[in-house]
Ligand binder design. Structure first.
Ligand code: C2E
Ligand code: CA
Ligand code: CA
Length: 406
């Protein structure tokens, strides 16, 4: 707790509310977490004036205020990019607060809480943690890598692209249902280059089909080795949207499957929601052929794209993989809960199993278990691991995890 308080100490906060009592209440809850740098405003107009001259990390925004209300303020903050993090507070109906939070999120703000007044201390604590996590994530993403397509080609040719495995667990009894194969590039200068960085290079410079097949071959080879030892579980492999252009992809996959005695039903190909939305007929063609051969298809990163229910219903998928952005901190975020609920209903209607990724904390884990998700993946359960580490985890640590969480 003390460490958390120290972390929050440096935050600067703006409280926008026309009621003195409510302002003072928020200030005192913030102060109980060590926050000292607090500015106030009595309406949206004053808030914008203050934001122009003060650096603020987080604003608490009341909805009903004279002169300029909370909704206009949120719009203004988003369009002028005055700050990133907000908490919406109101004495109004929770559904209304929620929908305004969703509007703000769609405007590009990071809404770390939408609460009915008065602000509760435990909610604020969870929101502040969410904000720090998000900031850390953003800091990591801004690390820049000076990488070229040539570097990547050399790495592929020297067999320097590796695969790691992240478990997917059945929710009720934490049974291993499968692993996701994730590409890794150990680089002499940068350590492990995250796949988000090099997959995009591969996609832009026409190397992605080569990379995809290398990953698939490594995965199939490992699958066969595990199978020979009696270890049978599903293996999920990511397909780039660009792969949908490779007309010969299915045949190449089938040849590799034959070489390594792979049973297609034990392999899932993950393809992102956006790839489906952007190229629906091409996606259906490739995916239907894979599906006809028995491979499983998963709609990946669901919730980050804009595929319509109609488009999704035409894809021969078996699984809907709900993106971590919808999952992280779900236990404290009513907007995410509302979206998850409708997503799970849609999955039932489309006859899709559901997997959630990004399960990072126990509160989210418990929330998701109680709300009808089939399978989970996330750092709380297991991080992506190289083969030997995964084997130890499976043999020794999974049963401990089961004891701890079930
Ligand atoms: P993805 O398919 O959404 O994969 C899940 C990503 O979430 C992985 O990141 C994984 O490490 C991360 N993750 C898992 N659990 C958690 C969690 O609890 N919290 C958080 N914050 N993250 C979690 P990774 O390995 O960095 O991969 C990033 C993306 O790169 C993948 O996202 C996938 O789209 C792409 N990718 C990885 N390997 C391949 C590949 O072989 N081929 C293609 N086409 N794409 C790949
Ligand atoms: Ca994936
Ligand atoms: Ca994802």
């Amino acid at each position: 707790m003390n460490q958390a308080i120290n972390q929050f100490e440096s935050l600067s906060i703006l409280v926008v509310d026309d009621s003195l009592v409510q302002r003072e209440h928020v200030i005192s809850v913030c102060q109980s977490y060590g926050i000292k740098n607090i500015t106030t405003a009595v309406n949206g107009k004053e808030a914008i004036e203050k934001l122009a001259i003060t650096k603020v990390d987080l604003a608490f925004i009341d909805l009903e205020m004279p002169v300029m209300d909370g909704v206009s303020l949120i719009r203004e903050i988003a369009s002028q990019k005055l700050l990133k993090f907000i908490i919406v507070l109101s004495s109004k109906d929770p559904t209304l607060i929620l929908s305004i939070g969703t509007m703000a999120q769609n405007d590009g703000l990071c809404v770390i809480g939408t609460f009915k007044k008065p602000l509760q201390s435990s909610f604020l604590h969870a929101s502040l943690n969410k904000m720090l996590n998000e900031k850390n994530r953003q800091n990591k993403q801004t690390q820049s890598y000076d990488l070229t397509a040539e570097d990547l080609l050399v790495a592929l040719d020297k067999d320097n692209i590796l695969i790691h495995f992240q478990p997917k667990l059945k929710v009720e009894i934490l049974l291993l249902s499968g692993v996701e194969v994730l590409a890794r590039w150990p680089h002499e200068k940068y350590g492990f280059v995250p796949p988000d960085k090099f997959i995009s290079i591969a996609e832009r410079f026409g190397i992605i089909n080569k990379l995809t097949l290398i990953v698939i071959e490594k995965a199939f080879k490992q699958k066969q080795l595990w199978k020979d030892k009696g270890a049978i579980f599903n293996m999920a492999i990511n397909l780039s949207p660009i792969s949908l252009n490779d007309k010969g992809l299915t045949e190449k996959i089938l040849l590799l499957a034959e070489k390594y005695h792979i049973i297609p039903e034990e392999i899932t190909f993950e393809i992102t929601e956006n790839a489906i939305a952007d190229h629906v007929s091409r996606a259906i063609e490739v995916l239907a052929r894979l599906r006809l051969k028995g491979f499983q298809i998963s709609i990946d990163d669901y919730g980050t794209g804009y595929a319509s229910v109609q488009q999704l219903s035409r894809v021969p998928a078996c699984e809907l993989k709900i993106d971590k952005s919808m999952v992280i901190d779900i236990a404290i975020c009513p907007q995410q809960q509302a979206i998850l609920k409708s997503t799970l209903n849609m999955a039932i209607d489309l006859n899709l199993k559901t997997v959630v990724e990004g399960v990072e904390n126990l509160d989210d884990f418990n929330y998701l278990r109680q709300h009808g998700v089939d399978t989970m993946q996330g750092f709380l359960l297991a991080k992506p691991m190289e083969k030997n580490r995964f084997e130890v985890w499976w043999k020794e640590e999974l049963s401990l995890l089961r004891k701890k969480y079930t």
